[in-house]
Each structure stands twice: as structure tokens, then as C-alpha cells.
Design a protein around this ligand. Structure first.
Ligand SMILES: Cc1cc2nc3c(=O)[nH]c(=O)nc-3n(C[C@H](O)[C@H](O)[C@H](O)COP(=O)(O)OP(=O)(O)OC[C@H]3O[C@@H](n4cnc5c(N)ncnc54)[C@H](O)[C@@H]3O)c2cc1C
Length: 287
């Protein structure tokens, strides 16, 4: 499978990438290439120009910025998975990174590429929603910050404008009696999430849940927050029966995906099972 002919451009900075995006028509940004190149080989997309971001070292970092974890868009899944800082400040993000594909994919694929691609079965979107993460985009008009809950707008679509480059991911650092978990039922062939659930659970001194944030991927056209589950978990003592009753609403109102591997009914069942497990795991990890 050979892609259609294209012209290759290497950007050495974000501003050069933005200029190239402005100047070239029918151009696409290239990061790790682990989603874009397969699509080009299948001729699902045939851009006339590729703008390679891969050498922009300034887009590759993991650092603490006050109470926020800041991750450059070009940071690979492996770099996030193996970062002590990511594990201590946003464990669900690091856990999601560690569950992506295989080691070859994690060595090359980037968080910015994954977020911009917005595959409905990608792992990060669930973690980003549960963590109340933000996406920073840069364009000739300057920078803007997009809450993750507004970022995923549909199947393979996001709130990014065509002239924007995703430059950074921002996640509030965990604090207090908060536990996080990302659990996934992987597709046996591709490794993508048939269902993936991230949970961030905060408890008070008596063990009662004071705040619940949950993100679910793989189930609908885009990752989503099951707010009915969050509402029912909040205020509960997080015993297994209460969490199971809340998790029963994990797929409510969702147009559940269906494919050769998993019927809509099976996927909705997995969503409920993995929501229960992720909430209980997060509660336990929070102490
Ligand atoms: C065999 C295999 C298994 C995989 N398994 C999983 C899995 O289990 N879970 C999972 O989540 N993913 C999985 N993936 C996808 C993988 O995580 C990709 O790395 C990721 O989806 C895309 O990242 P990339 O850096 O390769 O982006 P690219 O392929 O380079 O780009 C993807 C899209 O994002 C755009 N883009 C890239 N960077 C930016 C930017 N900074 N700003 C704006 N737009 C940008 C590109 O123009 C393109 O449209 C798998 C991939 C393969 C090949």
C-alpha cells in the first residue's frame, strides 16, 4: 500500500509550522505518523503537503507548572508512561499512555497526534476528560486553551481549527485524598480500546466520595463523561453495590458503537463493568 504523492516540509519551530500551514493548501501536520501514515497508505486521506513537526524539540517536554502538569504535544506515549512526574501528578494519564498499542507504537506516537486525531477508541481522551485536562492550541491569532470536555466533538473530529497546531496538554496535579485509575478492555488485534474508562475519585475523611470525574472511550463516536454515573457516585460511600448501581448508567444516552468484534449490547455491558472497576480502583488508590 503506497500513499499518493505528496511534498514533504520539515518545520524547525512552531511558528514555521504555522507559516507553512498558512501558505500551503491541502497540508497536514505530521507528528509520529502512526495514525496519519496508515490512513494515507489506505488512501483514506491524500494531502498534497506534509508538514513534519518531528524535529521541534521545544514541543517535547513534561514539566510541572505550578499545580499543573504541562506536556508538550510532541512527547511520546513512552516518555509519558516512563515519567515519574507524570505518574505522581497525573497517574491516570501515565496509565493510559502505558496501555497504548505496543512498545513500538508508544516509542513513536505522540500525545498531540493522538489528541488531534481523536480516534473514538484512543486511550488518552478518557483520561483527559476524567482529569479535567486542557488542550493548548496555537495559531496566527495567538494561543487559546480548550477544556477537554469541549475538545472532542465527534468521530475523528475536534475543536481544533485548520490553522491551529496543538502545542500542549495541561492537567491539574492530583491532590488530597484523590485516587486515579485507567482500565481498558483492548481489542485483541489492534490493541485499541473496545472500552476504556478513566476515573478520578476524591473522598472525605469518612470515606464518602466528594467528587467524581469519569471519562469513557471506545463506546460512542467520541469520548464522553457519563455525568449520571458521576452524580450518583458523588456522596456515596463507594461500596461495591453503590458503585455498581451508579455504573449501570455508563452508556445511558450514548449511540453505542458496533463492529465485528463487539455488538452494541456487549460494548455497553463492558462500559458498565469497566466503569465500576475503574471507580473502585481509583477509590482504593486514593486511600
Ligand atoms: C499498530 C497500532 C496500534 C495502536 N494502538 C493504539 C491504542 O491501543 N490506543 C491508542 O490510543 N492509540 C493507538 N494507536 C495510535 C497511536 O497512539 C498514534 O500514535 C496516535 O493516534 C497518533 O499520534 P501520532 O503522533 O502518530 O500522530 P500522526 O499520525 O502524525 O497524526 C495524527 C493526526 O493528528 C494531526 N496532528 C499531529 N500532531 C498534531 C499537532 N501537534 N497539532 C495538530 N494536529 C496534529 C495530524 O495532522 C493527523 O491528522 C495505534 C497505532 C498503531 C499503528
Amino acid at each position: 500500500m503506497i500513499p499518493a504523492a505528496f511534498e514533504y516540509h520539515r518545520a524547525s519551530s512552531v511558528s514555521e509550522a504555522l507559516q507553512l500551514l498558512q501558505r500551503l493548501s491541502d497540508a497536514k501536520l505530521l507528528a509520529g505518523g502512526h495514525s496519519l501514515l496508515p490512513m494515507m497508505k489506505l488512501r483514506l486521506t491524500s494531502p498534497a503537503h506534509l508538514i513534519d513537526l518531528g524535529r521541534i524539540e521545544a514541543m517535547r517536554y513534561i514539566r510541572q507548572d505550578g499545580q499543573t502538569l504541562a506536556v508538550g504535544a510532541l512527547t511520546t506515549h513512552w516518555e509519558i508512561e516512563s515519567s515519574q512526574l507524570a505518574h505522581s501528578t497525573a497517574p491516570a494519564l501515565a496509565e493510559a499512555a502505558s496501555r497504548i498499542g505496543d512498545v513500538q507504537v508508544r516509542n513513536v506516537g505522540t500525545i498531540g497526534g493522538s489528541m488531534a486525531h481523536a480516534d473514538p477508541a484512543a486511550d488518552y481522551p478518557a483520561a483527559m476528560l476524567a482529569l479535567d485536562g486542557q488542550i493548548v492550541a496555537e495559531s496566527p491569532r495567538g494561543r487559546r486553551t480548550i477544556p477537554s470536555v469541549e475538545f472532542f466533538t465527534g468521530i475523528f473530529t475536534t475543536a481544533l481549527a485548520p490553522d491551529e497546531v496543538l502545542v500542549e496538554i495541561r492537567v491539574p496535579a492530583t491532590s488530597g485524598r484523590t485516587g486515579q485509575a485507567y482500565l481498558k478492555f483492548p481489542h485483541p488485534a489492534s490493541g485499541f480500546a473496545v472500552v476504556g474508562v478513566a476515573a478520578v475519585i476524591t473522598r472525605d475523611g469518612g470515606g464518602r466520595c466528594t467528587r467524581a470525574r469519569i471519562g469513557i472511550t471506545g463506546v460512542g463516536p467520541a469520548a464522553y463523561r457519563p455525568t449520571a454515573v458521576e452524580d450518583q457516585v458523588t456522596g456515596s460511600t463507594l461500596d461495591e453495590k453503590a458503585v455498581a448501581a451508579a455504573a449501570a448508567h455508563a452508556a445511558d444516552g450514548v449511540d453505542v458503537n458496533e463492529d465485528l468484534f463487539a455488538s452494541a449490547e456487549y460494548r455497553a455491558h463492558l462500559a458498565r463493568v469497566f466503569t465500576k472497576r475503574a471507580v473502585l480502583a481509583a477509590a482504593q488508590r486514593g486511600g
